[in-house]
Design a protein around this ligand. Structure first.
Ligand SMILES: *Cc1c(COP(=O)(O)O)cnc(C)c1O
Length: 420
């Protein structure tokens, strides 16, 4: 078992987040339970912001990684921008006190209502992913009487060296506009009446642990910006996307400071504002999922710890075969045994971890680490399981930031057919 990643640590034999013992939180709020550290989230955001200090920049937190209102509100208070992919995320940002003028809107399938709402509140830019979308934005902007700020998301065809499901910058991916077509589309955008071309950018994937792909992608984007400037089409923003990895197992991802140090030299002497869109690296290591062991079971040679969290609460292991760290909240003496950690959901893919050496008894609490990003946001009600509660800890205090879903809420909105 590896050492917990800060801000998780053992204190007097008990796993603690910041200075809050996790067993107390499990008692008070029940399990399964997501717990996040305010200090770790704010520190990660500030690390990006200060590392980019040498150049005009905007850190736009990628809301899809974790969209809880309390978390968005904390980032809004720091002056964060936001990268959104739906109108639902936009409304969350607004309710959390985020500044619409610092919102960039990504995604390949923006609907008309989403575009008009974003125009109405005055977002910073639409990150456009196709010619058809550009036409639609131009049309909607004309209808509502606004000029739409757009940035083209190009597909730089760079292999980020990550999981195929989270690689987005290869030429066969659905994301972005192929490099070969990007110049022509930028010229078209620049000539459109209801659209203002403000920038270009890319986002090549997630959980990247090397800097070269970021640098290669940004170089290609900047080369296109130079071509456009040469044709009299200056841009005011360059978007490098998100994607910096975190530690799940033994990865050693670059820090935001190293990331910034790799990118900033490429921007030396340039005037465009650099936008970055980190999601996972802001919240991933700041959160855990707490779960309790219900049963221990052996089938043939395989031993299972059946816990009260499942794939509906944390999908990454089932979806990507992702490895998440597991730590006992109160480690016990005894010979560790190899367990698969599985949930109660009726799917063989319902596992949270496999082949982990643990000394366990029923009733024990486990913390699944690195669960702050792409954890709760992917939770579903599969098997009619209410979604977990979420708690934020800070400086020894703890706050419930989402109530546990109730069975009534689960069935809310469903209707029976009339008799006969
Ligand atoms: C998902 C996404 C991000 C955030 O990616 P992380 O790996 O969580 O940093 C940023 N930008 C876009 C366009 C995205 O789709």
């Amino acid at each position: 078992m590896s050492e917990p990643t800060p801000p998780l640590h053992y204190l007097s034999g008990e796993l603690t987040l910041e200075s809050s013992p996790l067993s107390g939180l499990a008692e008070r709020y029940g399990t399964p339970l997501y717990v996040y550290s305010r200090g770790a989230i704010e520190q990660a955001w500030r690390d990006y912001d200060s590392a980019l200090d040498g150049h005009p920049h905007l850190v736009c937190y990628a809301v899809k990684a974790n969209s809880n209102l309390a978390l968005l509100n904390l980032l809004a208070r720091l002056g964060s921008g936001f990268d959104i992919v739906s109108i639902g995320e936009l409304e969350r940002v607004l309710r959390a006190g985020g500044d619409p003028a610092r919102v960039v809107f990504a995604g390949v399938g923006k609907r008309e209502e989403e575009i008009s709402r974003a125009l109405e509140v005055g977002i910073r830019s639409f990150n456009v992913e196709s010619a058809a979308e550009l036409e639609r934005i131009d049309r909607v902007a004309r209808r509502v009487g606004r000029r739409a700020p757009v940035a083209l998301r190009v597909n730089p065809d760079v292999d980020p060296g990550t999981h195929p499901y989270i690689s987005t910058g290869l030429k066969e991916s659905k994301f972005g506009i192929p490099m070969a077509e990007a110049g022509a589309l930028c010229r078209r955008a620049a000539a459109m009446e209801n659209v203002e071309l403000v920038g270009i950018g890319c986002h090549i994937g997630s959980q990247l642990t090397r800097l070269e792909p970021f640098r290669d992608a940004l170089s290609r984007v900047l080369a296109l910006a130079d071509d456009l400037a040469g044709e009299g089409i200056p841009l005011r923003q360059i978007d490098a996307g998100g994607g910096l990895g975190i530690r799940y197992r033994d990865e050693e991802p670059p820090t935001p400071a190293e990331y910034a140090a790799a990118l900033l030299p490429l921007l030396a002497g340039r005037r465009e504002t650099l936008i970055v869109e980190p999601g996972r690296s802001i919240v991933g290591n700041a959160g855990v999922l707490l779960t309790r062991v219900e049963y221990l079971k052996q089938n043939g040679e395989r031993r299972f710890a059946i816990v009260d969290a499942a794939m509906n609460d944390l999908l990454r292991p089932a979806l990507y075969d992702a490895w998440q760290p597991v730590w006992p909240v109160r480690p016990r003496q005894g010979t560790p045994i190899r367990y698969d950690l599985v949930g109660p959901v009726c799917e063989s893919g319902d596992f949270l971890a496999r082949e982990r050496e643990l000394a366990l008894e029923p009733g024990d609490l486990l913390a699944i680490g690195a669960a702050g990003a792409y954890g709760f946001v992917m939770a579903s009600n599969y098997n009619s399981r209410p979604r977990p509660a979420e708690v934020m800890v800070a400086g020894g205090g703890d706050w419930l930031i989402r109530e546990r879903e109730t069975l009534d809420e689960l069935m809310q909105g469903e209707r029976l057919l009339p008799d006969a």
